[in-house]
Write a protein that binds this ligand. Structure first.
Ligand code: AGP
Length: 601
């Protein structure tokens, strides 16, 4: 989604801003632009498409020391140069992440005041509003404060006013924004990677706080324009963690990191003993049921979580997509824990679902990767997964770490609710501790998955089927494949196919069948035979050997305790999706139209 970088300091700003924009590329965008102050005047350069296009237009050596840059992921209006940010109206030039919900009504009023608009964007309207308010109020801080009472929606703004060419202003509501400082000057950015080359120290701006950055000073104000002191955070991962480190793609690198990520995540909460799980998760005992709310792959981890918690811990779980949950009637009560799952911790719908639950007095738990993100900060309880920086738009290691957390809390709750015998618990605890080796072994078997991918990558559609937890895994496997390869792919409950979708199966249609749940394998095999009888090319993923060969290709997964099985099963399917996309020459790390962090609803 859109990215913001701004700099004011002793160094020339253009190289820093362009570097920041490149570091934000992973978020997904379709145009880019930069504005800077040169000889007390604002100069703006924008281009459609990649930052490489913008780089051809800028002069890196300009004597400019204050500037803002933006990568735009189109929301209001097409992805073109006119709609690209920054926008200038009157004395104000701004970049914006988020969506101004009431921009149409503000625009109408401003048109009556004589404003004319060039773009279709809500951002240009916000910019005009700042300019309009500034006509009667010369204090820019007061202008911004007043604007927050008018603007509805989510925003993080980087703002330059030509009346004050030695200051960079910023304000946020819901959309993330950080402020950072190095020995040459000060930055604003939507995300840590943008500034990581220059500094690992940053400040998180809270909703409705306003910051004024000068070359050697940062002042932050609360919504009443009282100065506030903020904590300086240190980003502990290295710059290396945000680079490809020799891998062809971030996605591949991140898949290969999964054994380490698994260990980092579980070791934070678990030392091999049930007592450590008790210490980490005892607050869960206050609740009788869970609502798991998330988007995309994080939602799919919730589906796995539901299956695990219901089957092995006897806890009823309701899983919902956040964009639906935030507007629906919820039947939660004080015995419900609402669990928000999010890699970025900034997904707008998930954040809104969290706020809704909190407003209704319901306790919330965030399972999040990005430390200090909005969802992590606002939830009552937080479980951090330790996935490190995830750059590829298609999540892999964060998904695996989220599933690992559901496995851990299921193990704990199953013990607490007396759903597991002592012997089984003992061996499960040992298996949890040593699973990283099996994750590594599964990754190292990549040649099997790649050879199957080589046979199916030209197909126009690929189906996934499974029952129970295998259906939950199918959902994620199917999303992984379609988001990076653009091949139409749908996941079905294996028993549901014959109620309509089976009419799409013809000779050689790939059907990837996942069958790891021992209680359901027989049933899934019957469904596999139904599609096989109609000519499907069946790729079976299972932890079990079969006497009959009712499939065309077989991916054998390692047999582990059912609470851990889904951690292993997803790996071949991530690698298969990767290789299919690679064979199709797709832009694997930055698939078209997608954004890493979806900060608009
Ligand atoms: C999956 O590969 C996608 N990147 C997407 O579905 C993602 O999981 C979703 O947008 C939720 O993001 P979050 O985990 O940052 O909240």
């Amino acid at each position: 989604m859109c990215g913001i970088i701004g700099y004011i300091g002793k160094d020339k700003c253009i190289p820093k801003i362009i570097h920041g924009l490149e570091a934000l590329e992973y978020r997904g965008y379709d145009s880019a632009g930069i504005s800077y102050i040169l000889n007390n005047k604002v100069k703006t350069i924008k281009s459609e498409g990649k930052i490489a296009n913008l780089k051809k237009l800028v002069t890196f050596d300009e004597n400019a020391y204050l500037g803002i840059g933006h990568t735009r992921w189109a929301t209001h209006g097409k992805a073109n140069k006119t709609n690209a940010h920054p926008h200038t109206v009157g004395k104000f030039t701004i970049v914006h992440n988020g969506i101004i919900e009431n921009y149409s009504e503000i625009k109408e009023k401003l048109i009556k005041e004589g404003y004319k608009f060039k773009s279709e964007t809500d951002t240009e309207v916000a910019c005009a509003l700042f300019d309009y308010l500034h006509k009667n109020e010369k204090d820019i801080l007061k202008v911004l404060k007043k604007a927050t009472s008018i603007l509805r929606g989510s925003y993080a703004f980087g703002i330059i006013c030509s009346d004050d060419p030695n200051s960079l202003y910023t304000i946020r509501n819901t959309s993330p924004l950080i402020i950072a400082t190095d020995k040459t000057g000060n930055f604003i950015a939507s995300d840590v990677p943008a500034i990581l080359k220059f500094t690992n120290k940053y400040i998180l701006l809270d909703d409705l706080e306003i910051a004024k950055l000068e070359k050697d000073n940062i002042t932050i104000y609360d919504k009443n324009l009282q100065k506030v002191k903020k904590t300086i955070n240190t980003f502990s991962q290295s710059f290396e963690s945000a680079t490809k480190n020799g891998y062809e793609h971030f996605m591949l690198k991140e898949i290969y990191e999964q054994d380490e990520v698994y260990n980092n995540t579980i070791n934070y909460y678990f030392d091999g003993t049930i007592e450590s799980l008790e210490n980490s998760f005892k607050y869960l005992n206050e609740f009788e049921k869970f609502d798991i709310v998330a988007c995309g792959s994080a939602y799919h981890t919730g589906l796995v979580g539901k299956y695990l918690l219901e089957n092995y811990a006897n806890i009823p779980v309701n899983v919902e997509v956040a964009s639906e949950y935030r507007y629906k009637k919820c039947f939660y009560d004080t015995k419900t824990l609402v669990i928000l799952v999010s890699q970025s911790g900034e997904t707008a719908d998930t954040l809104a679902a969290l706020r809704k639950a909190k407003e209704d007095g319901i306790k919330t738990l965030a399972i999040v990767n990005v430390v200090g993100s909005s969802i992590a900060r606002e939830a009552d309880y937080v479980i951090y997964i330790k996935a490190g920086c995830e750059i590829a738009v298609a999540t892999t290691k964060a998904y695996l770490a989220q599933v690992a957390i559901f496995s851990l809390i299921t193990t704990y709750s199953s013990y607490k609710n007396k759903q597991i015998k002592n012997d089984e618990l003992k061996s499960l605890l040992e298996e949890i501790k040593s699973l990283a080796n099996k994750i590594k072994e599964t990754i190292n078997n990549y040649k099997t998955y790649f050879s199957i991918a080589d046979k199916i990558y030209k197909n126009k559609q690929i189906f996934f089927i499974g029952r129970g937890i295998d259906y939950a895994i199918s959902m994620e496997a199917s999303l992984k494949l379609k988001e990076i390869s653009y091949i139409n792919s749908v996941a079905y409950q294996a028993g549901e196919l014959k109620h309509g979708t089976i009419s799409l199966i013809e000779k050689n249609t790939p059907v990837i069948a996942i069958a790891t749940d021992k209680n359901l394998i027989e049933k899934t095999i019957s469904n596999i035979k139904e599609v096989k009888a109609r000519g499907a090319n069946v790729i079976l993923v299972s932890n079990t050997d079969f006497k009959d060969k009712f499939y065309d290709e077989f991916i054998k997964t390692i047999n582990v305790h059912p609470i851990l099985e889904s951690i292993i099963t997803i790996i071949p399917l991530q690698l298969l999706a990767y290789q299919v996309a690679k064979n199709n020459e797709c832009n694997i790390d930055k698939p078209r139209n997608l954004a890493k962090s979806v900060t608009v609803e």
